[in-house]
Design a protein around this ligand. Structure first.
Ligand code: SF4
Length: 523
């Protein structure tokens, strides 16, 4: 039964061996006091019914698999996007272990982020002592040039004051007065990871510019600022650099973790790599304007940039798909006075060509989708452009304003006009939706693989395959290196979608002598 050194097996084949199967069956019978298989099947079937869906949607006090992460996770990603900056979370160790493992599993990279490990005594007496020691140790051990501080629920529940604590740490000499320490309160009992990113960015913008506005003048550095928001596709940072460089536009990408989350394996560990220089953030108010790449998720940032930097923030959408990439580039062109170059026009033409090539396979295919608010708007728009149908759109972290925008968008095309929009709902709700009104595919992060398993358990004809686009993706490798924005992003998403459709068609037509009249070499 034990492993043999001659033939080490991973868990999947190993536990399939008869000895293990017997042991698991005996354990179930003797110790688990489970119901018999028939009862389990009966309850499973009930959970797939319309009756269960109604009960499920009446649920108020419980969230099951929420389709969002918590605020400080977003603030950590934001901090990682600045040069020589250490993300620091004031709160419990367990929370920060979760953020790090979440990112490790998605990016397959080490992620530097410290916690000041508040425990029971700090919960009673406040966490100032933890912060003093934490800041001092972080600086001594990891030598950052900037420490960006956010909070977990615990610190927020007891009302710890970051401004006062950090100020006291400096006054009492735990860290130098001139060490930059932007901060943001990120209580996770409200909002989500996208709010946490917004809060941390606003905190950094506030810290580096609010008291230094006297010598600032809109447009004086001739640049355009780009603010990405919570963004985990590393190609999206790179495509922004490329498009701006091809246009010859002077720009600042304010926050860029694409280096530190994609460091080479060359024998040298880089705790800090790349990132937006703090000098660019300090200079940002001097830009002509700021474009928010995920505007619905950057509410606080927009308010600060408008009120303090006095930037007239253009009303653009996430640059995803054809039309909204056009809109983005035309806005950049208008503000910068630079022509859209031939290289980008050609790239656009290639995307249009690909859309034309694939439209017969994608037209009328239906999708149920979930994820973050701006991404869902962009994805819905692109699915419309591809002639696809959308049955369900679920954003746990969507709000009423977002819902209105989405309602207006889905009304623009017959294939999406009937889509149901759900905010504040979780993946257990989503499961009910795909069981009771089956789409051809789901699009989302890795978590929906269990919904795919369940739909298949009901019967082959009920299976809803998952297309992995979103965050987090734990069970496939390197997808986070791809691009979903710009024409390049459209190409990647289109390739993913159409090949998923063709994979499924191959699966359905592989039965020899039965369905293989459709198992074609050329699609
Ligand atoms: S929700 Fe609160 S307690 Fe849970 S991991 Fe996030 S910060 Fe920590």
């Amino acid at each position: 039964m034990s492993q043999s050194v001659e033939d080490i097996k991973p868990g999947y084949p190993l536990f399939g061996q008869p000895e293990y199967q017997d042991m698991i069956a005996r354990k179930r019978e003797m110790f688990e006091e489970g119901h018999d298989a028939e009862k389990v099947k009966e309850v499973f079937e009930w959970t797939t019914s319309e009756e269960y869906k109604e009960l499920n949607f009446a649920r108020k006090s419980l969230t099951i698999n929420p389709a969002k992460a918590c605020q400080p996770l977003g603030s950590v990603l934001c901090a990682l996007g600045f040069e020589n900056t250490l993300p620091y979370v004031h709160g419990s160790q367990g929370c920060v272990a979760y953020f790090r493992t979440y990112f490790n599993r998605h990016f397959k990279e080490p992620v530097a982020c410290v916690s000041d490990s508040m425990t029971e005594d700090a919960a009673v007496f406040g966490g100032q002592k933890n912060m003093f020691d934490g800041l001092q140790n972080s600086l001594a051990l990891y030598k950052p040039e900037v420490i960006m501080v956010s909070t977990t629920c615990m610190a927020e529940v007891i009302g710890d004051d970051l401004n006062a604590f950090i100020g006291n740490a400096k006054k009492e000499g735990y860290i130098p007065e001139d060490l930059p320490t932007p901060f943001a309160h990120t209580p996770s009992f409200v909002g989500s990871h996208v709010t946490g990113w917004d809060n941390m960015f606003e905190g950094a913008a506030r810290y580096f510019t609010l008291n230094y506005m006297e010598d600032k003048e809109v447009g004086s550095n001739g640049k355009i600022n780009l603010v990405p928001g919570f963004e985990t596709y590393l190609g999206n940072y790179r495509v922004m650099h490329r498009m701006m460089q091809e246009m010859g536009v002077d720009y600042s990408l304010l926050c860029d973790p694409s280096e530190v989350l994609d460091t080479p394996a060359d024998g040298e560990y880089r705790m800090y790599a790349g990132g937006t220089p703090i000098a660019e953030m300090k200079d940002a108010p001097n830009a002509k304007t700021t474009i928010l790449l995920q505007p619905d998720q950057l509410v606080k940032t927009k308010k600060f940039i408008t009120n303090t930097w006095k930037h007239d923030v253009p009303a653009t959408n996430i640059p995803m798909g054809l039309d909204w990439t056009d809109e983005f580039l035309m806005t950049i062109s208008e503000i910068s006075g630079k022509e859209i170059p031939e290289s980008l026009a050609k790239e656009r033409g290639r995307l249009v060509d690909m859309m034309t090539d694939s439209h017969t396979w994608l037209h009328g295919v239906s999708f149920s989708i979930y994820g973050d608010p701006d991404y869902l708007l962009g994805l819905t728009k692109f699915l419309q452009e591809l002639g696809c149908e959308v049955k369900h759109i679920l954003a746990n972290n969507g709000n009423k304003r977002w819902r209105k925008k989405m309602e207006a968008l889905i009304a623009e095309a017959p294939g999406t006009a009937g889509a149901e929009i759900h905010i504040g709902k979780d993946l257990w709700h989503f499961r009910s939706l795909v069981f009771t009104n089956k789409p051809d595919f789901m699009i989302g992060n890795s978590y929906a693989k269990f919904i795919q398993r369940d739909t298949k358990a009901k019967g082959e004809e009920f299976e809803v395959p998952l297309i992995r686009l979103g965050f987090p993706i734990f069970d496939r490798h390197h997808l986070h290196r791809n691009t979903t924005l710009g024409y390049e992003g459209g190409m990647y998403m289109l390739t993913t979608l159409v090949n998923s459709v063709l994979e499924k068609l191959d699966d359905d037509t592989r039965k020899m002598g039965k369905t293989d009249y459709g198992y074609d070499l050329v699609r």
